[in-house]
Every structure is written in C-alpha cells, then in structure tokens.
Design a protein around this ligand. Structure first.
Ligand code: PMV
Length: 319
C-alpha cells in the first residue's frame, strides 16, 4: 500500500479575536507559507492494529498505546478510526511534521489535526468530508482549549478566507461565503513569546464576569469593526482596512490581551510604512499582523526583525 500524505495551512485572524468567543463575527484567512503535514505508511511487518506515531518536532516517537491517551495526536487518530467506522486498522505509521510555530496564534494544533484526519481517513479508504474533518479538529480543540470558537479548525479545513460566527457554547460556528475582490498583503511578525490561547481566553472570561456590561460593549464594538472590514474586503476598499486594524487593536488593548512586545512591533510596522497593525489570535505574545503592499512588505518585515521579532511571514490574502 503506497504512503498517503495530506497537509493543512496555518491561519491568522484578521479581525475579531476574543469577541468571537462571545458571539461576534470574526475574519480569518489561511497562511499557506507554513503547513502541517501527515504521512501514513503501511507496516506490513507488524500485526494489524499496530500504530506508531512519529512527531519529530515535539520529540515524540512511540506506539499509540504508550502515549498519554489524552494527547491531541492520540485523540485525533482515535477520532478518525471511530469516524471511519474501522475497528482494527492495518499496521501503520503516522508521521507528522509542521513548519507552523506552536502556541503562536497560527493554528498549529488544528492544522495537525486536519492533516492527520485527511491522510489517515484517505489511507483507510474512507476519506472524510470537510465537515467531518473540521468537526474532528474542533473536538480535539475543545478538549485542549476549553471553549474554542471553532474559527481555527474551520479556516484551516476549508483553506479560504472566512467570515465566521460562533453559534453556541459547544457547537461549531457558521461560516459565511465571503469574497476577497482585491488581493492584499499582510506581514506577520512573531514576538517569539509563546502564549497558550487557553490562558488569554480564561483571563478575558474572568474580566467579563467581573464587568459584563463594559466587556459586552467592547465585544460589540469589535463586532462592528469586523462587519465594516468584511464590507471593505468585499468591495476591494483595502485602504479602509488599516484604520480598522488600528481600531481593533485599541479595543484588544482595553480587553487586556495586548503586551509591551506586541505594541512595540505594531508601532514599528506602522513607522515602517504599514497602513495599520494589530495583534492576531489569543494575544499576550504570539503574532502581530500589519497591512502592507507588495512594495512595502519587505521593509516592514526587516524593521520588525530589527525591533526583535523572531520571524516574519509575508502572505497574500486572496480568494
Ligand atoms: O489564533 P489563536 O489560536 O490564538 O486563536 C485565538 C482566537 C480566540 O478568539 C482568542 C479564541 C477562539 O477560540 O476563537
């Protein structure tokens, strides 16, 4: 049996993080420059049911039964076996590699889940549909992140820009059709500070519980920005997006998820010619994004590195 591989992109949230957890819309786009890949190979020398997992990026190589049973890789592999209805799989190796930085707001966890779900279900001859793949990745995210909105698994599964609204506490959200009529360029800058989303989301929840009125107002303001941004992207009015990013960042600061390093990089990007910039994802650390043009992108990336960014990615947002 030939080896089967599948890959899935990283992602960034353009507008609406955190507020999306409270029912406001958000916009996310895939980042194809970084990807997670899963390769499934047959091991006819081993008994059926034998599954070996190799994830060199996290120094993991072991048989499935020896790995903690709540490990995300175990959860996704078992989830695929269940979803495909295959009780006993032929002996196989699942190898996962990824160029997506971990805990940086680029969706590495969801991308690994999606790549494994596609490759393994394909290998077993029962390829899962997009909706099933996304659901599986969402279930794994839920066990790890508590109350994820579902935006990561959705944008990474469908690999296109999405306008996303969470529909319930435990349900997957809904994805609306969304046209990018004019491509635009984003520079992503990594603070190098790992920031698990679950901690930032938990802190925001505590602040919201303490002062529900203020936080509902901040989330609603973010929601309005997202709606205006969607409209601008659909009409190709890219110059509107920079000021909207700045406004969104200002509200994220009020919510308490920004940081000194994020703000330094955001300021640097704007001084280097970006039309707007904001943090992206959970915040505190992780990545920031800046609106650039093909002409200004490299100079903004260079300025970010000079200001302490550990890595930059230039990406084109298009349909
Ligand atoms: O980009 P990440 O994985 O850090 O996503 C965080 C987005 C939040 O809105 C903060 C949480 C969520 O589940 O949507």
């Amino acid at each position: 049996m030939p080896a089967i591989s599948a890959s899935a992109p990283g992602k960034i949230i353009l507008f609406g993080e955190h507020a999306v957890v409270y029912g406001q819309p958000a916009i996310a786009v895939p980042v194809n420059q970084v990807r997670a890949r899963a390769i499934i190979s047959a091991r006819p020398d081993q008994p059926s049911g034998w599954i070996n997992v190799q994830a060199p990026d996290i120094n993991l190589e072991d048989n499935l039964e020896n790995i903690a049973q709540d490990h995300p890789l175990v959860l996704v592999i078992k989830g695929v076996l269940e979803a495909t209805g295959i009780g006993q799989a032929p002996a196989l190796t699942v190898r996962v590699t990824s160029t997506i930085p971990i805990a940086a707001g680029l969706g590495s966890g969801a991308a690994v889940s999606v790549a494994i779900a596609r490759a393994l279900s394909g290998f077993l001859g029962r390829p899962l549909m997009n909706e099933e793949v996304s659901n599986l990745a969402f279930e794994v995210e839920k066990l790890y992140h508590g109350t994820p909105s579902g935006i990561d698994n959705t944008v990474i599964t469908y690999e296109k820009p999405i306008y996303f609204t969470k529909t319930g506490l435990t349900d997957q959200g809904k994805m609306d059709a969304f046209q990018v009529s004019q491509p635009f360029t984003i520079v992503i800058g990594d603070t190098g500070v790992p920031s698990p989303t679950v901690a930032a989301v938990g802190d925001v929840r505590r602040s919201w519980q303490e002062d529900e009125k203020t936080f509902q107002g901040l989330f609603a303001n973010i929601g309005e920005i997202v709606t205006r941004a969607k409209d601008a992207i659909e009409k190709g009015e890219i110059s509107t997006l920079g000021p909207l990013m700045n406004e969104n960042q200002h509200l994220l600061e009020k919510i308490g998820v920004s940081s000194g390093k994020l703000e330094k990089l955001i300021q640097t990007a704007v001084q280097a010619g970006a039309d707007g910039a904001k943090l992206s994802g959970g915040g505190r650390g992780g990545n920031m994004i800046a609106l650039a043009t093909q002409e200004t992108a490299q100079q903004i990336a260079n300025a970010l590195i000079a200001a302490g960014a550990t890595r930059t990615i230039i990406t084109e947002v298009k349909q």
